[in-house]
Design a protein around this ligand. Structure first.
Ligand code: NAI
Length: 407
């Protein structure tokens, strides 16, 4: 039975994530300082087969409580640093003293490192550590105190941890705008204008908390191993958009996240990749996806290979489908050719912006040298499939791992 520790589990994204893990049979160690909400959650979860969930009422900004967090815990397969806070005071930064922001920094940047330190001895070899940052860690969001700086710091800290502990898989989730109960309430009360909120999101909608839970569930699995050191932005494409035009709210309903995946593999030796998704027996409702290998094998311009793959896909899919491209690792070569790879990656992002209104997604995976298809299957299943319906415009750089490491 796998075991996960989730901080900030008592509400929002953390609570939905805890439910998903418990439903999947994981033993959960749930950490939060809201004792009442934690108890309620613990009682509502399905119980694991041969153990109890563990509830830890801990203030993650308190050094003494943090230091003893690891005591008596079961061995952990995954650790999710999800707890975080924003600054709602509306006080300009130049009017804030460092002391004022100390609690936010302690929770958003100090606690994730302290939790890993405290749990180091119970983390299994090959454990997955996921730090929940934010789109605010990728682009500055003003009037929220040190929220953006703290989340940018968390991304850098995660990359550094991935470097020094290559035996772990350390990743970052950057959620976009999530329609938690709190946000839904603010919309209902007229305090958030939903049209303005989605204007910079190519997919034209907010995420459901379940989509974040699914992303965390994938990142906590052994299949995420090729992504160690990477940021997974689950934000409908908001972080790749640089235009000034407002996107219209989505008109297409999100497809069920558990819809069967129908995957077509094109552009090379397809056979070792076909096992990503079993062939569907029936022609019932399915989520259409294409995995195109041609950029990986192209000998000429990568930009042109990506463009051709995109045209092929757009001719076959009108809406609600995904295109995933495999790219070669960045090659050292003549400086005159150095723009080709960057242009190809920016083309992926640009296409995502143009296709968003039709919920057509496009993402690319930069393969490491000597990658085995098997080691990429779980990652591809996630990126191509319906649980990643809020992931678009991303190029993820993968690291090489042993065949047995990612299942
Ligand atoms: P939330 O406010 O609904 O839940 C945060 C949880 O952390 C609560 O249960 C709270 O009791 C707990 N917590 C707060 N301070 C604590 C402390 N000192 N010690 C222990 N527990 C503490 O937050 P939400 O919206 O679910 O966000 C979760 C994470 O996702 C945060 O890191 C947030 O920054 C990030 N995020 C959320 C987005 C959204 O749209 N909801 C967007 C981008 C990032």
């Amino acid at each position: 039975m796998p075991t996960v520790l989730i901080t900030g589990a008592a509400s929002g994204i953390g609570r939905d994530t805890a439910r998903l893990f418990a439903q999947a049979g994981w033993q959960c160690v749930l950490v939060d300082y809201n004792a009442q909400a934690l108890q309620q959650l613990g009682q509502s979860l399905p119980r694991p087969a041969s153990a109890e969930h563990v509830l830890r009422c801990t203030d993650l900004t308190d050094a003494a409580q943090l230091a003893s967090l690891g005591e008596g815990l079961p061995a952990l397969d995954a650790l999710l640093n999800n707890a975080g806070m924003s600054d709602a005071s509306n006080t300009p930064l130049a009017e804030q003293s460092p002391q004022q922001a100390a609690r936010l920094l302690a929770l958003n940047l100090g606690a994730p490192a302290a939790v890993v330190d405290a749990c180091g001895s119970v983390l299994k070899p090959g454990a997955r550590i996921v730090n929940v940052s934010s789109g605010a860690g990728l682009h500055a969001i003003p009037w929220r105190g040190l929220y953006s700086p703290s989340k940018a710091g968390l991304i850098a800290q995660s990359r550094a941890l991935a470097q020094v502990r290559p035996e772990w898989c350390v990743t970052v989730l950057c959620p976009g705008f999530v329609k938690t109960e709190l946000v839904a309430g603010l919309i209902e009360a007229g305090r958030i204008n939903p049209e303005r909120a989605v204007a910079k999101i190519p997919l034209g909608r907010m995420a459901s908390p379940d989509e974040m839970a699914q992303a965390l569930f994938f990142l906590a699995s052994a299949g995420a191993a090729p992504l160690s050191g990477q940021v997974l932005a689950v934000n409908g494409g908001s972080s790749i958009y640089g235009g000034s035009q407002a996107f219209a709210p989505a008109t297409l309903e999100v497809l069920p996240l558990d819809m069967p995946l129908q995957l077509e593999v094109l552009g090379g030796a397809v056979e070792p990749w076909q096992a990503v998704a079993p062939k569907l027996e029936s022609s019932g409702p399915h989520y259409g996806a294409c995995l195109d290998l041609s950029p990986l094998h192209c000998e000429g311009s990568l930009l042109q290979a990506v463009h051709e793959a995109a045209i092929r896909f757009a001719n076959r899919h009108a809406q609600q489908a995904s295109l995933t491209l495999l790219l070669p690792p960045e090659r050292a070569g003549r400086w005159q050719d150095a723009g080709d790879g960057a242009a190809a990656r920016m083309l992926v992002s640009t296409l995502a912006c143009e296709w968003g209104a039709r919920a057509l997604r496009i993402n690319a995976l930069e393969m490491p040298p000597q990658a085995t298809p098997q080691s990429m299957h779980a990652l591809l299943r996630y990126v191509c499939g319906p649980t990643a319906q809020y992931v678009t415009g991303q190029t993820l750089t993968c690291r090489a791992i042993g065949a047995g490491q990612a299942r």
